[in-house]
Design a protein around this ligand. Structure first.
Ligand code: ADP
Ligand code: ASP
Ligand code: MG
Length: 403
């Protein structure tokens, strides 16, 4: 018997009918495989809980917040367990802490530090189907949550702890696509993608898998398969890169609308200036993504960087507070930007991809505000209004619709 961890996302468990359908599938597979099911909350439950929290407090206490938002998963796991028992399947449902998922104390974005899987192993030995609430764990007796989309990470971490044969992530698309199929009609499903590429895709904005789940999968070498919850198909397998396989030049296109850009004009072009700006930003716990410094005239320079939109106001406050220390003329900032990235391990051995990307965008009269590259990705920051145009043009330019 193989051991499979199966995770179902919010839309896949949105109604009682969908939960009963999943129960039927799990019941029939439980005759051939050992199964652990990890569930998200039903439909938009978590969004609803988050908005309730905002209505009751301007700045909710994070322990209270996690206690609240983790409750959605408790509903879905209980319902699935009931439905399975109606089908004659012996099942047991656990919240995160009951399943032994220990995390650090970073409420609302906690990291899993250890899973004591002995209880689950024991249940599996007794031929039970084990159902675990995703998105949550425990720290020192307090419930923590793993950040939005965190059930993916729960599933992969449990698969790693149990040394499962595969972790299957069931969702509302039938696999990982060359880009978000909701933005580009010609997006194509990819059959196999490497951990490295998937890390970049998730890190650069494709929310189909939470970034930390891919980090876990890669670290513990867990094969992950993304599949449609209610349709047949092989989905997309995410696994270790194999040598001697001819890798696709470009495997995908990711984008994120979470960015904002801050330009500090007229700073002195002298040693230490980057540190004097980014020091206070870092101390305020704000993560900086891209950085560009343009050498201007009269010994003055412009220093531009991007931060996540959620940190935008905080960053502006820090900069204004430190005006003397940073010694600049003025600040101009915008939230109306996006980051578009091309990803592919095949880029390592091919020159000219960046040039081709920039020429394609130029032909469409799309201005590039910032660029950053690594071995297997090229990212550009552009105006938000050009997002769809850029994604479609690049998808076409690199022939991603074809295999
Ligand atoms: P779940 O609720 O099952 O966790 P998510 O909404 O978190 O589902 O993730 C699935 C969504 O990810 C899809 O509906 C799709 O719009 C989006 N998505 C973004 N980029 C991609 C991509 N490259 N391939 C597939 N889906 C993508
Ligand atoms: N229910 C949580 C969320 O909506 C976790 C998840 O779905 O993965 O973010
Ligand atoms: Mg998700």
């Amino acid at each position: 018997m193989r051991l499979i961890v199966k995770k179902y996302g919010g839309t896949s468990v949105a109604t009682a009918t969908k939960i009963k359908n999943i129960a039927k599938k799990v019941a029939s597979e439980s005759k051939i495989n050992k199964i652990v099911v990890v569930l998200s909350a039903m439909g938009k439950t978590t969004d609803h809980l988050v908005s309730l929290a905002k209505k009751c407090s301007k700045n909710p206490d994070l322990r209270d917040y996690d206690l609240l938002v983790s409750s959605g998963e408790q509903v879905s796991i209980s319902l699935l367990s009931m439905a399975l028992k109606d089908l004659g399947v012996d099942s047991v449902a656990y919240t995160g802490w009951q399943a032994g998922i220990k995390t650090n104390n970073s409420y609302s974005s906690a990291r899993i530090i250890n899973i004591n899987a002995s209880k689950i192993k024991n249940d599996l030995k007794q031929k039970k189907v084990v159902i675990v609430a995703g998105f949550q764990g425990v720290n020192n007796g307090s419930i923590t949550t793993l950040g939005r989309g965190g059930s993916d990470t729960s599933a992969v971490a449990i698969a790693a702890a149990l040394k499962a044969s595969e972790c299957q992530i069931f969702t509302d698309v039938d696999g990982v696509y060359t880009t978000d199929p909701r933005v580009c009609d010609s997006a194509r499903k990819i059959d196999v993608v490497t951990y490295e590429e998937m890390l970049e895709m998730s890190g650069l904005g494709s929310k189909v898998l939470q970034l930390r789940s891919v980090e876990f999968a890669s670290k513990y070498n867990v094969p992950v398969r993304v599949m449609h919850a209610h349709k047949e198909g092989i989905g997309t397998l995410i696994k270790k890169e194999e040598k001697n396989v001819e890798d696709a030049l470009i495997s995908g296109l990711a984008f994120t609308k979470d960015e904002s850009e801050i330009m500090i004009r007229g700073v002195k072009d002298s040693p230490g200036i980057a540190a004097s700006i980014l020091g206070p930003i870092g101390e305020a716990d704000i993560e900086v993504d891209m950085i560009v410094q343009n050498v201007g005239s009269n010994g003055l320079a412009d220093f531009t960087f991007t931060v996540s939109r959620k940190d935008f106001n905080k960053a502006i406050q820090v900069i204004e507070k430190n005006k003397k220390k940073m010694n600049y003329e003025e600040v101009s900032a915008t939230k109306n930007i996006v980051k578009v990235s091309l990803i592919g391990v095949g880029m390592r051995s091919h020159a000219g991809i960046a040039g081709q990307m920039f020429t394609c965008l130029a032909k469409k009269k799309i201005n590039i505000r910032m660029i950053s590259t690594s071995e297997i990705k090229i990212s550009v920051v552009i105006d938000q209004k050009n997002l769809e145009n850029a994604v479609k043009a690049l998808h076409n330019e690199f022939k991603l619709e074809r295999k």
